[in-house]
Design a protein around this ligand. Structure first.
Ligand SMILES: [Zn+2]
Length: 227
């Protein structure tokens, strides 16, 4: 069985006593991971995002809310963040903003980010299944023009944060997928949503994925700090 409780304990310990911040994005990486963790505990995709200004100050933060009350497919962390920003910070120039997010943005969020005028995106974990950052070729001309002035790259952060960001998503992937399919079939009652968080007995703790089962036990070294 996966060391599910150990996994949660391990992450909680990283938040309690994080490695010293040595790299430029470590602080934002940690905050993104904490937001992701909270979203997971609420039964949503564990993804967190923050928007930071040119003085390296936090402007706003958000987490995935896709299963908040009922299934809302657009409520990815980046979308929530940009909703908040455009509503409450409409008078702020976009040029010096950086969007940090725990997971590589998807197609939908990448489009939204390009349209938002934000020109720098830094993510932690790559998303080989749905990430769009490495697929921004062949865009229609207007979007290609926006993409040409936008840099999307990985954060300069301790590997431990990338590991947490990626493992949170991997661990919940099966459960999330099942919930989405249920929603598509009209079978996801509002009351079901709260049962799928990290603390529930269903879903994440079930350990149905081989990848999930082996992730911590086989590769303890990957969790260590670099250097
Ligand atoms: Zn997205």
């Amino acid at each position: 069985m996966p060391a599910h409780k150990d996994f949660r304990d391990w992450i909680a310990a990283r938040f309690d006593t994080p490695p010293p911040a040595r790299l430029p994005d470590d602080g934002w990486a940690r905050l993104c991971c904490e937001l992701a963790w909270q979203a997971g505990q609420q039964g949503c995709y564990p993804v967190g995002a923050v928007l930071v200004n040119g003085a390296d100050e936090l402007v706003c933060s958000a987490a995935n809310q896709v299963f908040d009350g009922h299934y809302q497919s657009q409520r990815h962390a980046e979308m929530e963040l940009l909703d908040q920003f455009e509503r409450y910070f409409a008078d702020q120039p976009r040029d010096d903003l950086t969007l940090y997010v725990s997971l590589e943005p998807c197609l939908m969020c990448t489009g939204r980010i390009l349209l938002s005028g934000i020109r720098r995106v830094r993510y932690l974990a790559a998303d080989k299944n749905a990430g769009f950052a490495r697929h921004m070729h062949g865009l229609p001309p207007a979007m290609a023009s926006l993409a040409a002035r936008t840099t999307v790259s990985t954060m300069l952060a301790e590997p431990v944060w990338t590991a947490i960001a990626g493992e949170l998503v991997r661990e919940s992937a099966d459960s999330m997928r099942q919930q989405v399919v249920k929603a598509w079939q009209g079978q996801l009652a509002v009351n079901d949503v709260r049962l799928i968080g990290f603390d529930g007995d269903s879903g994440l703790a079930g350990g149905s994925s081989a990848e999930q089962n082996s992730s911590l036990e086989d590769e303890p070294g990957r969790w260590g700090r670099k250097g």
